[in-house]
Write a protein that binds this ligand. Structure first.
Ligand code: MN
Length: 227
């Protein structure tokens, strides 16, 4: 008879608007996906395929307080629309991407910018800049049955009531269907996978005590405090 040598860790679960809990499977994130910086540098923002990186599932949390992470002097916020996958998908065509999306929420791609910058310079992986404990605060999941599939709407992030980021999800270089289609050609997407879709301009630093609010029009909002 086989047995667990220690108890398996409990799944990360997210509350769903209308009831139920969503078990988180994996977390994918899209690198820079709003054209603000790209265009002002005179480049074509749509020419390169999207850049993906990951966070562990247990980095995702809805807790109202986020412990300031260790090993950084430069913690950054990145407010993002988050896609929640609800069905299996491999090489999904753009036109069918909505069929595998369960719903949406908002999240913060917390980043130890000093570690990420050092890793980039050294040609090393970003993981320790991006994939640390509590690095993915998110809100309640809203099913597409409730809110549809938002393709436009203001995305904004404020710190202590002062607006720091404002954009529109319609400005994403890679739209949600394009991201889902592309990612599903790289990995077999499955229920519970989350996709952070990138952040608009205006990222900046967080300190202990800061209260962060992220909102996407037509989706939801989420608040947390760094402690
Ligand atoms: Mn990000």
């Amino acid at each position: 008879m086989t047995y667990f040598v220690f108890p398996p860790s409990a799944p990360t679960v997210l509350p769903v608007s209308g009831g139920g809990l969503l078990p988180v499977r994996r977390v994918f994130c899209v690198g820079r996906n709003y054209p603000d910086h790209v265009r002002e540098m005179g480049n074509d923002p749509a020419r390169e395929p999207p850049v993906f990186f990951t966070k562990p599932a247990d980095a995702v949390t809805t807790r109202p307080t986020i412990p300031f992470p260790p090993a950084t002097d430069n913690l950054h916020y990145e407010g993002e629309l988050v896609v929640v996958i609800g069905r299996d998908g491999r090489s999904v065509p753009e036109a069918a991407a909505k069929d595998i999306i369960f719903g949406y929420t908002v999240g913060c791609d917390l980043t130890r910018r000093d570690l990420q910058t050092a890793a980039k310079k050294a040609g090393q992986p970003w993981d320790m800049g991006k994939a640390f404990d509590f690095s993915a605060p998110v809100g309640v999941v809203h099913p597409a049955d409730e809110i549809g599939h938002p393709a436009k709407g203001t995305i904004r992030l404020s710190v202590n009531g002062a607006e720091k980021q404002r954009g529109d999800i319609a400005d994403m270089i890679w739209s949600v269907p394009e991201i889902v289609s592309c990612l599903s050609g790289l990995v077999h997407l499955a229920p519970g996978d989350l996709i952070f879709t990138g952040t608009p301009a205006g990222v900046g630093r967080l300190f202990k005590g800061d209260r962060v609010e992220i909102a996407v029009e037509g989706v939801t909002s989420h608040v947390f405090t760094v402690v």
